[in-house]
Design a protein around this ligand. Structure first.
Ligand code: UDP
Length: 475
């Protein structure tokens, strides 16, 4: 591995039989590791069908870890029969799609019943390839369930990232679906039993301690962004010209999935309130918000839950009379998104809760001030008064006031722009994140190397699977 290249002895699949000090850790070159992301396909198109931050995280972390010397295999559930089973992203990083349940989109709340099949397919894949993964990093609670089953069978190092936490979600939405108790139990068990939990912000660590359990190891390693792609490359006016936006408009941008917990309604109402200000003016044209434009970026499918949410939002836009001020831009890829961020005066993230919120750091990296809900990871990434403003969630007046403050003061906004991009460059690059994860993996593997039962993990694994019955029954 790159960071231990000077003392790396060999390239065999078995680690050298020596003891390792935490400061001088030797792990076999190109050690194979597994990232499991049950529903967030790292090779999927981002921005629709529940494909968002988790997909981006796993893909970016995987690719960056491969550059640091690991062989990274990312496992996900196959959702379309025509999708390739293996997608090679770079020489040492690939997505492997396992068949577990019907090869079609299934909402997360109904996926647990297919997870035993996922475990079985994962075991079979290892046997077929003659590989054993001594380290498994799971993402989201359904993958945690898989990881816990694998941990029962072999001495893996198990690492978990939550991406979303049931305890917070149910509190924020006030709703508990039938799966809730099972999810909460798995989220507690993984915290207590994983070798390490990766919390993406200090706020997440606090939440885990206060709402889930005092037991278990947690390390804070944030999410990142591709700072080569998301960066300041041109003035706002040039980005607008490229996108065909009016140079005189005040552009308020939303980027993300159509999901109620994203709070798009709050933003729409806040924009309507800002527009409402002009109705009391004698001359609309004289008022700065005559040219307010709300640009909503995000994909949706007509019959899926995101399509229904988009329809609901479009209805509110109509009802509030701001249809002429609103653009539904649809799904935009990461190739064009930097232009949208650069063209905007402010990017708004009005989520009811947000475990991390990649959009915040993408926008800031492009030098766009952010107005965000004062929740979760957004409290960590957005520095109030320095890179944007924080507002309590669902507070329409608060969001309108914060957007107004930024739109009304161009000199201050310029200062926010500079500070925002600097904050991301210094703290949130994927490379920096991967270096921290790589270091954690090496420390954990070194512990298992010292422990003789590590070699148990090198034995062939039988493809038979015993299912944690109590948890499946509870669903
Ligand atoms: N995204 C995208 N195109 C879109 C909408 C969203 O590429 O049309 C991406 C966005 O750039 C970000 C991710 O989807 O990388 C959303 O991540 P975030 O953590 O903000 O929210 P999540 O989807 O995880 O709730």
């Amino acid at each position: 591995l790159q960071s231990s290249a000077n003392n790396s002895q060999g390239k065999s699949s078995l680690p050298p039989k020596t003891h390792f000090a935490a400061t001088n850790i030797d792990v076999p070159s190109r050690q194979a590791i597994a990232l499991i992301s049950d529903h967030g396909d790292p090779a999927a198109e981002i921005g629709k069908e529940e494909a968002g931050g988790q997909n981006v995280y796993v893909r970016q972390v995987g690719e960056a870890l491969a550059k640091l010397g690991w062989q990274v295999d990312m496992f996900t559930r196959k959702v379309h029969p025509e999708d390739a089973t293996i997608v090679q992203h770079s020489p040492h990083c690939r997505t492997i799609r396992l068949v577990a349940g019907p090869q079609e989109f299934v909402p997360r709340d109904r996926l647990l019943e297919y997870m035993p099949e996922f475990v079985e397919a994962f075991q079979k894949f290892q046997v077929k390839e003659g590989t054993n993964y001594p380290l498994v990093h799971t993402n989201y609670w359904l993958s945690a369930w898989i990881g816990l089953r694998l941990q029962e069978r072999s001495n893996i190092q198990l690492i978990h990232t939550y991406h979303s936490l049931g305890a917070v979600k149910y509190q924020a939405t006030g709703k508990k679906p039938p799966i809730a108790e099972t999810r909460l139990a798995v989220e507690k068990q993984i915290l207590q039993q994983a070798n390490c939990i990766v919390a993406t912000s200090p706020q997440e660590e606090e939440t885990l301690r206060s709402l889930v359990s005092q037991a278990g190891n947690i390390e804070v390693i944030p999410c990142g962004t591709d700072i080569e792609n998301f960066r300041v490359t041109m003035p706002k006016a040039d980005a607008r010209a490229k996108l065909g936006f009016d140079p005189h408009e005040q552009i308020v941008l939303y980027v993300g999935r159509f999901d109620r917990r994203k709070g798009i309604e709050t933003l729409v109402r806040a924009c309507a309130q800002l527009k409402g200000k002009i109705e009391n003016q004698e001359s609309e044209a004289l008022h700065p918000y005559a040219n307010l434009k709300l640009v909503i970026v995000g994909g949706s499918e007509p019959d899926q839950s995101d399509g229904l949410e988009r329809e609901r939002i479009a209805g509110i836009v109509q009802e509030l009379g701001i249809a002429n001020n609103t653009i539904f831009a649809g799904r935009i890829g990461h190739d064009l998104l930097p232009l949208y961020y650069t063209a905007a005066d402010v990017c708004v993230i009005p989520s009811h809760y947000e475990p991390f919120g990649l959009v915040a750091i993408e926008a800031m990296a492009c030098g766009t001030p952010v107005v965000a809900s004062d929740v979760g990871g957004l409290r960590f990434t957005v520095m109030p008064e320095e890179t944007g403003l924080l507002v309590s969630p669902q507070n329409v007046d608060g969001f309108a006031g914060a957007i107004d403050r930024i739109l009304a003061d161009e000199i201050w906004a310029q200062k926010l722009r500079k500070q925002a991009s600097l904050r991301v460059q210094q703290n949130f690059s994927w490379t920096g994140v991967a270096i921290q994860l790589s270091d954690l993996y090496r420390r954990l593997l070194a512990q298992s190397l010292i422990h003789p039962s590590f070699y148990h993990a090198q034995l062939p694994i039988q493809p038979s699977v015993t299912v944690g019955k109590s948890l499946v029954k509870a669903s």
